[in-house]
Design a binder for this molecule. Structure first.
Ligand code: OGA
Ligand code: MN
Length: 290
C-alpha cells in the first residue's frame, strides 16, 4: 500500500488513500503526509476506526500534543483524556447537553470562524478531528484557505495588515455570542495574548491572513474600529471561493494546519449525538513577542 493524495478543491484540501492510521507509520509515510499538509493545508482520510490511543499515536508523528487544559473553561469534569479535546456535544455520561447547559453555549463558539488555540501564546500547529459518531444531517465542517485569501488581497491591503498585531482570547469569541459572565478563575484562564495578522508558513513560505473569532482588538487601534476591521476581514477571507465544506462520514479523520486555515462547524440538531474528538499538535513558535 502506498500513500496517494488527490486534491479535491481547486485551491487546497487533499484526500488521502493507501494508509491505515491505526498502525504505526513508516518515516516515509510520515514525510509524505507532512509534505501533503504543507501543500494542501487540509488532509481528509476515510474509514479510520481509531481509538483515542491510536489517534494520539498517529498525531505524535507530527510533534508533541498540545495540552487541552484551558481550552474550555466551562468543562470542569472531562469525558476524555487530557491529550484529547472533546468537541462533541456530550456530557461525561455520554448524553447530549441539555438545551440550556452552559457548556453547550461555550461550544457554540466553534460555529464561528476560528483557528485553534490562537488564544494561546504559542498557537496550535495541526488539529486532527475524528468523527466517532455523527448526526444524520447537519454538522458539516468548513475550512477556508488563508493563503489564497492573502494572495487575492490588493497590495495596498497587504501593506496595511503586514505589521498589525491582534489581541486574541476566548473572551472575545464568546462575547460575540453574548456569553459574558465569567468567574475570576475562568477569566484568568482566558487572558488575552498577541498574534501577528500575517504569518509566513515555515515550509511553503506562503503568507497567510491569521485572524479568528478570538481576535478582538488590534494594538494601537480604537476598539470599535478594530472590531469592524476584523469582522470585515473575516467576511472577506471566508468568501465561498476560499471555502471547502466537509460533509462527514463516520470514521473520517480530517487534519488541518491552523497556521494557514480557518474552520467552523455548521448547525445540527443538538439533541442528536455528535461525538467528535480532536488531538492537537502543539505549535513551535510565537507569531509576535508578547
Ligand atoms: C475543532 C472544531 C469543529 C467541528 O475541533 O477545533 O472547531 O466540526 N471542530 O466539530
Ligand atoms: Mn476548532
Amino acid at each position: 500500500m502506498s500513500i496517494s493524495i488527490r486534491k479535491i478543491h481547486y485551491l487546497f484540501v487533499g484526500e488521502v488513500s493507501g494508509v491505515d492510521l491505526t498502525k504505526p507509520l513508516s518515516s516515509e509515510e510520515v514525510a509524505s503526509l507532512h509534505s501533503g499538509m504543507d501543500e494542501h493545508g487540509v488532509l481528509v482520510f476515510h474509514d479510520q476506526q481509531l481509538t483515542d490511543e491510536q489517534q494520539i499515536a498517529f498525531s505524535i508523528n507530527f510533534g508533541p500534543i498540545e495540552d487541552s487544559t484551558g481550552g474550555n473553561p466551562t468543562q470542569k469534569e472531562k469525558r476524555l483524556d487530557d491529550r484529547m479535546n472533546d468537541v462533541s456535544n456530550l456530557k461525561p455520561d455520554g448524553m447530549p447537553f441539555a438545551h440550556d447547559d452552559r457548556r453547550r453555549f461555550f461550544n457554540l463558539g466553534n460555529h464561528l470562524w476560528h483557528t485553534d488555540s490562537s488564544f494561546r501564546t504559542i498557537p496550535a500547529k495541526y488539529s486532527l478531528l475524528s468523527a466517532r459518531q455523527i448526526p444524520d444531517t447537519g454538522g458539516n465542517t468548513q475550512f477556508a484557505d488563508m493563503r489564497a485569501a492573502y494572495d487575492a488581497l490588493e497590495q495596498e491591503k497587504r501593506d496595511q495588515i503586514e505589521d498589525l498585531i491582534c489581541e486574541h482570547s476566548l473572551i472575545h469569541s464568546r462575547a460575540k455570542l453574548g456569553f459574558t459572565e465569567w468567574s475570576e478563575d475562568e477569566l484568568a484562564m482566558m487572558r488575552p495574548v498577541r498574534q501577528a495578522m500575517v504569518r509566513t508558513h515555515p515550509a511553503s513560505k506562503r503568507k497567510s491572513i491569521y485572524i479568528a473569532s478570538h481576535a478582538g482588538n488590534i494594538l494601537g487601534w480604537e476598539e470599535p474600529e478594530a472590531k469592524l476591521f476584523l469582522s470585515d476581514m473575516v467576511d472577506y477571507a471566508t468568501q465561498e471561493r476560499f471555502v471547502y465544506t466537509h460533509d462527514w462520514r463516520q470514521w473520517d479523520l480530517v487534519m488541518w494546519d491552523n497556521r494557514c486555515v480557518l474552520h467552523r462547524v455548521r448547525n445540527y440538531d443538538p439533541t442528536k449525538v455528535r461525538d467528535m474528538r480532536r488531538t492537537t499538535v502543539a505549535g513551535d513558535e510565537i507569531t509576535t513577542p508578547q
